[in-house]
Design a protein around this ligand. Structure first.
Ligand code: ADP
Length: 386
C-alpha cells in the first residue's frame, strides 16, 4: 500500500469516528479531568492524612486510562504530561509552583510517570494492531475488486467465444447445406433420366457447388486466421518498409482488379515503418476492398498517407452510405455486419475488419473509423514510425 493510500485510509478512519472522539476533544477533556482528579487526590490525601500526601498521583492515572481508551496515544501522553505537572505543582511544590529542586522530587513523580507511559505504550500497540487490521481489510477489498474485474473479463471472453462458435458453425453450415442440396438434386435428376443429365443442369449444379466451396474455403481460412492471430500463434515477420510503396502497390492492384477510380495521396518523403509486410498488405486490401464494395460504382475512393508526430497515418475514404454512430465500434467485432450490409447484395462474412484490428494492434498501432451517414466512411490506421 502506498503512502498516499495510507494517508487516505487514515483520513477516512478519522472521519468515520464520532465527533466526541476527535483528538482535540481528548486534549481539552484531559485538562478538565487532570484538574478534577488532581483536586480529588488532594481532597483524599487531606481527608486521610490531614494534609500529608499519600499515593501521590495515583488517582490521576484514571484520566490517563480514560483518555487513552477513547482518544488514543497522543492525547493520553498529553494527559501524562499534564498530570506530572499537576503533581509537581500541587503535591511536591505544595502549591508553590513547579519545584524540581532535588532529584528526589523527580523520584516522587516517577511511579505516576512510568504507569502513565505504560498505559500510553499499550494504547499505541493496540492502535497499531487495529491500524494493521484496517490496512489488511482495505487490501482485501482491493483484491476482491480486482478479482471481480478479471472475473468479468473472463466471463466476457467466454461469451465472445460462445458467440463466435455459434456464428462460425452457422456460417459453415450454410454453404454445406447448399453443396449437399445441389449434389442431391443432380443425383436425383441423373436417376430420373437413367444416368443421363442435361449438360446445362449439370453445369449449374457444379457451378453452385464450386461457388459454395470457395466460400467455405475463404471462411475456414479467415476463421483460422482470427484464431491464430488471437492466440498469438502467428509470429509477425517485421521488416523495415516504406509504407508509401506498399500503398502504391495495393492501389495499383485494386484499380486493376475492380476497375474503380482510386486516388492515392502520398507525402513527398518516404514513411518508414517496421511491419510484417504481408499482414499490413492484408489490412490495406481489406480497407480498400470494403471502400470499393460499400460505395457506388462511379464514386471515388481516396487513400492518403501522412506522417504525424512519431506515427504513420493512413486514411481510406469512400463516398458510400456511411456507418451509423452506434455501429462504428461494432464493425470491428468478429462476424459483425451492419444491417445495411446484411440487407444488401454485397457478400461478406464480417471477419475482415476484426482480423485487421488484431493485426494492427499486434503492431502496437490503432485502427478506427469515422463516418457520417449519407456522406461516406473514413477508416484510419496509425502505425509507429521506425
Ligand atoms: P465484410 O466481409 O462483411 O465486409 P468486414 O469485417 O470487412 O466484413 O466489415 C464488417 C462490416 O463493416 C461490413 O459488413 C459493413 O457492414 C461494415 N463496413 C466495413 N467497411 C465499410 C465501409 N467502407 N462503408 C460502410 N460499411 C462498411
Amino acid at each position: 500500500m502506498t503512502f498516499e493510500q495510507r494517508a487516505e485510509l487514515r483520513r477516512n478512519f478519522t472521519a468515520s469516528l464520532p465527533l466526541w472522539r476527535h483528538p482535540l476533544i481528548g486534549y481539552l477533556l484531559s485538562i478538565l479531568l487532570v484538574g478534577l482528579f488532581g483536586w480529588g487526590q488532594q481532597a483524599l490525601d487531606g481527608w486521610i492524612g490531614g494534609g500529608g500526601i499519600y499515593f501521590a498521583g495515583s488517582l490521576l492515572l484514571l484520566p490517563v486510562l480514560f483518555i487513552a481508551t477513547f482518544w488514543g496515544t497522543m492525547p493520553s501522553l498529553f494527559t501524562v504530561l499534564l498530570g506530572a505537572l499537576y503533581i509537581d505543582y500541587f503535591f511536591i511544590g505544595y502549591n508553590q509552583g513547579i519545584s524540581w529542586q532535588h532529584w528526589e522530587d523527580g523520584l516522587r513523580i516517577l511511579p505516576f510517570f512510568i504507569s502513565g507511559i505504560t498505559i500510553a505504550i499499550i494504547t499505541a500497540q493496540r492502535e497499531r494492531a487495529r491500524w494493521q487490521t484496517l490496512i489488511a481489510e482495505q487490501e482485501l477489498k482491493e483484491y476482491a475488486a480486482e478479482l471481480e474485474v478479471s472475473n468479468q473479463k473472463l466471463e466476457d471472453a467466454n461469451q465472445t467465444k460462445d458467440r463466435f462458435l455459434s456464428i462460425a458453425s452457422h456460417e459453415l453450415k450454410t454453404p454445406i447445406t447448399t453443396i449437399r442440396g445441389q449434389a442431391q438434386l443432380a443425383l436425383r435428376r441423373l436417376a430420373k433420366q437413367d444416368g443421363e443429365m442435361n449438360v446445362s443442369d449439370m453445369h449449374t449444379a457444379l457451378e453452385r457447388i464450386n461457388e459454395q466451396t470457395v466460400r467455405l474455403t475463404t471462411l475456414i481460412e479467415e476463421l483460422l486466421d482470427v484464431s491464430s492471430l488471437r492466440t498469438g500463434k502467428t509470429a509477425l515477420n517485421k521488416r523495415k518498409l516504406n509504407i508509401n510503396e506498399l500503398c502504391q502497390q495495393v492501389v495499383d492492384d485494386q484499380k486493376l482488379l475492380t476497375g474503380r477510380h482510386i486516388e492515392l495521396k502520398l507525402p513527398p518523403k518516404e514513411v518508414m515503418v517496421s511491419v510484417d509486410r504481408d499482414r499490413i498488405e492484408q489490412v490495406l486490401i481489406n480497407l480498400v476492398g470494403n471502400a470499393v464494395k460499400y460505395s457506388p460504382e462511379g464514386s471515388v475512393v481516396q487513400i492518403c498517407v501522412e506522417r504525424k508526430w512519431r506515427k504513420a497515418l493512413i486514411h481510406v475514404r469512400d463516398h458510400g452510405k456511411g456507418i451509423a454512430p452506434d455501429q462504428l465500434e461494432k464493425v470491428f467485432d468478429t462476424f459483425y455486419r451492419t444491417p445495411d450490409a446484411e440487407a444488401s447484395t454485397k457478400k461478406g462474412l464480417g471477419l475482415g475488419l476484426s482480423i485487421s484490428k488484431e493485426i494492427i494492434e499486434r503492431h502496437e498501432g490503432r485502427i478506427w473509423c469515422e463516418s457520417q451517414l449519407g456522406q461516406g466512411s473514413e477508416f484510419f490506421v496509425e502505425l509507429p514510425l521506425k
